[in-house]
Write a protein that binds this ligand. Structure first.
Ligand SMILES: [Zn+2]
Length: 393
């Protein structure tokens, strides 16, 4: 609790500097009931979530037991207690160790379905989900193990939960360009839409260790992905400098930037992102847990939401960072003093930034229009409640 109070007060000082809204933030240190309800009810798309990052300690230990492997932690509590990270790399070391319990098609199904159920409970209605094929290939698994499990979960999520999903395969930045190219070759049979039309791989991304691994290393494989008709995204500007974001845009021609929070340090880059409507997939609790902008995070997040950029809110690796979609919206709203109208903008941004919902047809553009109308209707009602709450105070 002490920590939380300290963080909020850091954010307040910063808000006074950046937006002059210190009092407003103070008022919203605890979210009003109308806003809390709106965040829970409003439909959202999640565009930056790693399926392996949804491996909750309970499932990790259950899969280790099911596969006859030594448990990575003696208990669920011990696993949670280990989740304190100094930086991105200290998280990645634990994260890849956790992935070793994934051995069978059913393990990947259970992992993805666990995420889809939890996301649907937070009113995520569409997800473009990352996965790391190189991690599973290095663990001795074949595409025919992990891909059918992931694809089947996406189909069941659509049928049982009304949550549409597609996958984006990420290349690990610390691995070679040749390895990324081989991985893309392995994915070729999975690039076509699955039986429900949108359950397989729609794009490529870059994730893992950023510092010392500038995006340009992957120019050729991204060019090949473009020729195959795949969407392109990249983690850039999470710990790395704005130059990495420029490289992702100019060399890899990404359509969305994952994280991208360090873009704030380059005014020309911010102008470009704004003018080109290039979305950033921001992950507030991930930034908090990995100490990105340590001590100034609330101020930086406030600048981002006030910037006019297409900012989206995402959970990244929810099992490790302490929360799924709603927890991320709640945290962001609390530390930056957002109201219903601004949260509605963020939810609408998630649909604008989605690749799949931009495609022609009833599952694409028409569904996006219906979802945006629902966001607007729910926001209008919540703003009335917000006004009534203020009158009662
Ligand atoms: Zn990520």
């Amino acid at each position: 609790m002490h920590c939380q109070a300290a963080r909020v007060s850091t954010g307040l000082g910063a808000l006074t500097t950046f937006g002059g809204r210190g009092e407003l933030a103070l008022e919203k240190a605890h979210l009003p009931a109308s806003l809390k309800r709106f965040i829970e009810l409003v439909p959202k798309a999640e565009l930056h979530v790693h399926v392996e990052g949804a491996l909750e300690p309970e499932l990790m230990l259950a899969l280790a037991a099911r596969n006859g492997l030594p448990p990575p932690y003696p208990s669920v509590e011990a696993a949670r207690a280990a989740y304190h990270f100094a930086d991105l790399q200290s998280f990645l070391d634990l994260y890849y160790a956790g992935c070793a319990v994934l051995r069978t098609q059913n393990d990947f199904y259970d992992l993805a379905m666990g995420y889809f159920r939890r996301a649907a409970a937070d009113r995520v209605v569409h997800a473009e989900v990352f996965f790391d094929p190189q991690t599973h290939l290095a663990n001795g698994l074949d595409w025919s193990v992990f891909m059918p499990g992931l694809a089947r979960a996406a189909e069941d999520a659509a049928a049982q939960l009304g949550l549409s999903a597609a996958y984006i395969m990420c290349f690990r930045k610390e691995m070679s360009a040749a390895s990324a190219n081989d991985t893309l070759t392995g994915a070729l049979p999975w690039l076509l839409p699955g039986p429900t039309g949108h359950s397989a791989i729609i794009g490529v991304g870059l994730d893992s260790t950023e510092l010392g691994n500038p995006p340009a290393k992957f120019a050729e494989v991204f060019e090949r992905a473009a020729r195959l008709g795949l969407q392109r995204v990249a983690h850039a500007g999470e710990e790395g400098p704005p130059e990495y974001v420029w490289e992702a845009l100019n060399v890899l021609h990404v359509r969305r930037v994952d994280h991208g929070v360090h873009s704030l340090e380059d005014a020309a880059l911010m102008s470009f992102l704004n003018a080109s409507r290039t979305p950033l997939t921001v992950c507030p609790l991930s930034n908090l847990k990995l100490k990105v902008y340590d001590g100034q995070l609330e101020a930086r997040l406030s600048q981002l939401v006030a910037s006019g950029l297409v900012i989206t809110v995402n959970s990244d690796d929810a099992a490790y960072f302490g929360g799924y979609a709603v927890a991320n919206y709640n945290y962001l709203a609390r530390v930056t003093g957002l109201g219903v109208e601004q949260v509605a903008r963020l939810a609408a941004n998630s649909f604008e930034a989605s690749f799949f919902l931009g495609s022609p047809g009833p599952g694409g553009e028409a569904r996006r229009a219906a979802l945006l109308a629902e966001v607007a209707a729910l926001a209008a009602r919540a703003m009335e409640e917000e006004k009534a709450e203020k009158r009662r105070q």
